[in-house]
Design a protein around this ligand. Sequence first.
Ligand code: DAH
Length: 339
Amino acid sequence: MREQLKSIEARAEEELSKVSDSRQLEELRVRYLGKKGEITAILKQMGKLSSEERPIIGQLANSVRADIEKAVAEKQSQLKAAMAEQRLKAETIDVTLPGKAPRLGRPHPLNAVLAEVEDVFLGMGFDIVEGPEVETDYYCFEALNMPKHHPARDTQDTFYINENVLLRTQTSSVQIRTMEKTKPPIRIISPGRVYRSDAVDATHSPLFHQIEGLVIDKGVTMADLKGTLELLMKRLYGEEAKIRLRPHHFPYTEPSAEVDLMCFNCHGEGCSMCKQEGWVELLGSGMVHPKVLAGCGIDPEVYSGFAFGIGLERLTMGRYSINDMRLLYENDMRFLEQF
Ligand code: DAH
């Protein structure tokens, strides 16, 4: 047993010198000092010894155990120190290196202009409502006084899911949804995506955005329409902004008008930006047709109102002098970073 103990001590020392991490160290400790370890195994056999030998071997076993324990503890503190050293090295920060500045995001120009428009209307007591992009034929056309085969539908071809369900071509559908649900007075705008089967070019996209507006109350007139839009344009484009109303036709308004903004490049003289017109077409509008009101259960003898639909892309392009609509969708950082 004496020999066994000596050899255990020698082996433990030898193995300890090769240990390089704390997991190996723990494994070694258990193997020699643990409850099922080698030293314990020896102590368990002590019963076989004579009473003279027992204390001697006992003492030797204890001292071997103490030696190994001490060596293990030493190794442990060595390993700890080495690890701390390593961590310090790995985590050194060179404060003289140039830093990496975080890239700050910003709103897309379409969202920035939309936020401004929403602010203006919220300030006038309007609510902002949303409607579905997948819409029924009824809300998109029928209830807006455009029965099937109405020629005005031709200009708004779109993707049909089935005969009665389609991607909405205009946010005007939200007018109907709102009037069905809400009693006058009504003051809402409804921004959102619309879809048309248009080929992509500098001024067209099969997906674009509109901001619909609707006001219904007693005694609302065309002067209210003009005043509201004028205020919006002055807020967006500055006090010198001028608009004009041009007669037009929409099936869901009577009378109807297209609204132009005086070209701020040439102030009405005519230039290449406004195609020599002096004015830039901005939106469609009018007084809500009595048939549309009646269809939503609102008495046209009591109530009147106006509606308009603004193209957000056009508004944004005018605002920032952007000459190609595709730039708004391509997500080219070199373009977007300018705003
Ligand atoms: N929905 C029309 C379009 O997409 C725009 C429009 C015109 C909306 C007249 C209106 C309106 O609310 O009264 O071209």
